[in-house]
Design a protein around this ligand. Structure first.
Ligand SMILES: [Zn+2]
Length: 207
């Protein structure tokens, strides 16, 4: 079970992947604390606008739930709950984006800005990323990792990709197969040893 946030997928998928359910039903919230959220925002800082101040964890978690439900339906080609689509739309509306123009001494610069507080600004950016993903036909290509205990989603650039991370799940499966193969070989060897011992035992009385 990977309990380190997977990053590098579309931003909205990275967000969805911060809440995972293990096969036994155990749940992991990788954004459970302000520190965890802060670390995740640093990991995603090339795709999010830096902002000061703490954001409301519960609000992030609620939006993540809506996005996860919408993605799960949309990737299977079924209608997402209207409440989920509404929540993602409203999160964007709560902090509209604009370009703040200024003169840097040599040229006009246009920095993206939002008009909400830190929580609403972040939610709006995450919701916008979700809107991009949900409306993109590639959403039907999203896959569940084939790692036996993994529930992470990814959007494969290569259709042969099978793991959320080749270094984690791919490697784990390869190691498991290696041990299974060796176990089978050991069983074969032990059986052949037993067979030989049996032959000896059978043969011994006639010696
Ligand atoms: Zn995986």
């Amino acid at each position: 079970m990977n309990t380190v946030p997977l990053v590098g997928e579309p931003l909205a998928l990275d967000l969805v992947n911060t809440w995972v359910q293990a096969p036994g039903g155990r749940e992991f919230d990788l954004l459970e604390t302000q520190d965890a959220l802060r670390r995740w925002l640093v990991q995603e800082n090339d795709r999010l606008t830096p902002r000061g101040g703490d954001v409301n964890l519960e609000a992030v978690s609620t939006l993540r739930g809506h996005i996860a439900r919408a993605v799960e339906h949309a990737r299977h080609g079924t209608a997402p709950p209207a409440s989920a689509l509404h929540a993602v739309t409203e999160a964007q509306r709560a902090a509209p984006a604009h370009r703040e123009l200024s003169w840097d001494g040599a040229a006009v610069t246009a920095r993206p800005r939002r008009s909400g507080d830190p929580t609403r600004d972040l939610l709006a950016e995450l919701a916008e990323a979700a809107a991009d993903l949900l409306a993109d036909p590639s959403i039907r290509s999203i896959r569940l990792c084939e790692g036996p205990e993994c529930r992470l989603l990814f959007l494969p650039a290569n259709p042969r990709r099978r793991w959320c991370s080749p270094a984690l799940c791919g490697n784990r499966v390869r190691v498991a197969r290696y041990y299974q193969r060796h176990k089978n070989e050991r069983n074969l060897w032990e059986n052949s040893e037993r067979d030989s011992a049996c032959e000896i035992a059978v043969c011994t009385p006639s010696l």
